[in-house]
Design a protein around this ligand. Structure first.
Ligand SMILES: C=CC1=C(C)c2cc3[nH]c(cc4nc(cc5[nH]c(cc1n2)c(C)c5CCC(=O)O)C(CCC(=O)O)=C4C)c(C)c3C=C
Ligand SMILES: [Fe+2]
Length: 234
């Protein structure tokens, strides 16, 4: 079977219209990776996000109005995706390129649901689950074993933290969410994935690249890294 490569470009997203500004700001401020409240104050995250987004929105709307009524981020990222697809196709690489955003449309979680080609290699069971193993990429030591569904996969990709589907509680859980002892799948300092996160038939851990700029992506084109990967994290 011919190898098919899926590339998922990740970005943060921005409000596309002035009407989007307040809900976009809410999504941003509700993310503990952006604003982290200590201890029990965590419970105030959502009401505070609502309040600050409502208070800030009028000023932000003015700013966005001055640059044409919305953020250019989606357009720029779509253009990058298109340029990357064309560059790979010119090298006869069978590729689909997708864009997923963390705080606005198209949300990564929704894109993952649509990205069937990305997920072809995973053997999902009849409940939509697959066995996942988090492995230290240097030593091969197995750190965690659990199950993932497509939602967990989307969370892993957006948060870079090992996330599983709990079959007993029927919810997603991120390793370390209570202990703060996360399994980060990407180590910025070493510029590579520090944990190999693998599914049967599908190795996310082969992806050792954090490709930030299109130029850097082009440098990688034709390298075994891209050819071996089912998924490239940007
Ligand atoms: C409390 C204020 C803010 C913090 C802290 C903050 C951190 C932070 N933001 C991003 C990414 C983005 N921010 C964007 C817009 C934006 N951010 C804030 C405030 C804080 N951000 C405001 C009020 C706005 C709206 C614009 C404005 O009024 O200035 C965007 C959208 C950019 C776009 O193209 O539209 C992004 C993306 C990160 C990653 C971050 C902390 C790590
Ligand atoms: Fe911001």
């Amino acid at each position: 079977m011919e190898e098919k490569i899926g590339v998922l470009l990740l970005n943060l997203g921005g409000p596309e219209t002035l009407k989007d500004v307040q809900p976009f700001l809410y999504n941003l401020f509700a993310d503990p990776d952006i604003i982290q409240l200590p201890g029990l104050f965590k419970l105030l995250q959502w009401p505070l996000a609502k309040l600050t987004s409502v208070l800030r929105a009028p000023k932000s709307e003015k700013g966005y109005a001055a640059i044409g009524g919305g953020s250019p981020l989606r357009k720029i990222t779509d253009e990058q995706a298109n340029a990357l697809r064309m560059a790979l196709e010119a090298k006869n690489v069978n590729v689909s390129v997708y864009v997923g955003m963390r705080y606005w449309y198209p949300f990564t979680e929704e894109v993952i649901e649509q990205v069937d080609t990305l997920l072809d290699g995973i053997k999902w069971d009849d409940k939509g689950l697959a066995m996942a193993i988090a492995q230290n990429v240097d030593t091969g030591a197995i750190l965690m074993q659990g199950f993932v569904n497509k939602g967990a996969l989307a969370t892993i990709i957006t948060s870079r933290k090992a996330t599983f589907f709990s079959r007993s509680r029927a919810t997603l859980w991120t390793k370390g969410e209570t202990s703060n002892n996360f399994i980060n799948i990407y180590d910025k300092r070493r510029n590579k994935l520090c944990v190999q996160f693998s599914w049967r038939g599908f190795l996310l851990g082969h992806v050792r690249l954090l490709l930030v700029k299109l130029l850097e992506i082009q440098e990688q084109i034709g390298s075994s890294n891209i050819k071996m990967s089912n998924l490239v994290l940007i």
